[in-house]
Design a protein around this ligand. Sequence first.
Ligand SMILES: C[S@@+](CC[C@H](N)C(=O)[O-])C[C@H]1O[C@@H](n2cnc3c(N)ncnc32)[C@H](O)[C@@H]1O
Length: 257
Amino acid sequence: MSEYALDHHLAGERQRLALMSRLLDPMHRRHIARLGTWPGARTLEVGCGNGSMSAWLAGQVAPGGRAVAVDLDLSLADADAPGLEFRQGDIVAGPVEPGDFDLVTARAVLHHVADRDAAVANLVASARPAGAILLIEPDFLPVSVAEPPEVRAFWQGWLAWSRVQGIDYFVGRRLPGMLAGLGVTDIAGTAETAVYNGGSPWAEYWRETVVELRPRLVASGSLDDRSIGAFLARCDDPAWWTQTIAFTAVAGRAAGG
Ligand SMILES: C[S@@+](CC[C@H](N)C(=O)[O-])C[C@H]1O[C@@H](n2cnc3c(N)ncnc32)[C@H](O)[C@@H]1O
């Protein structure tokens, strides 16, 4: 069974997922709109979190469509819509209804999954021949030039911690090659990066996440209290502008069809 470092029973996880929906759903919807959905279509979202994207997908495929939403842990899945079906499941364990879905998508999931190759293979195998596949994952490229130096040092410590956790914050750049290796065609992608300042929703996201994980980060030895404190102070400073994640969205078509 796969494990997930930011598990749903951490105190702030519901709020963090709500912030992710607010910050990332508009981009995710744009990418899906480009691929196309239609009434009666069958969609699959894996690692659905609170289910906000799948609830939207259910609306896009109505009437007559299905929006299946899978997650290891459905305890925070609180969306509801006709045609929306939540299912508990681990994408590493196998495909979901193999060869069935017109669209398969996952966002901000694969960087947490230890056996990423199996997860991507199972996502692709869930799509029908020529079905669309859309993966959106982080790439922390921007933190390598983050300013000021104390913020860059914070991110270096964060990345060191994440590597020990088995989190791959650079998986975004690997998505095209993974899909190509599975025979996916028409592969194309873009990456977009929010520019945000202290006090903004993205700063709030990081503040909540880092405060929640602070004891674990310090215990790991990758970050100390001073470095964490310096980063959190920036998160409150409206004059500090920065960029953290290049969200890399890569789409293609499953083989066949
Ligand atoms: C960072 S959250 C992202 C949630 C949502 N996709 C979003 O972007 O707002 C990652 C989600 O993936 C789920 N997850 C992690 N590993 C998984 C796996 N192997 N199979 C299915 N879901 C998984 C977690 O339970 C969690 O809900």
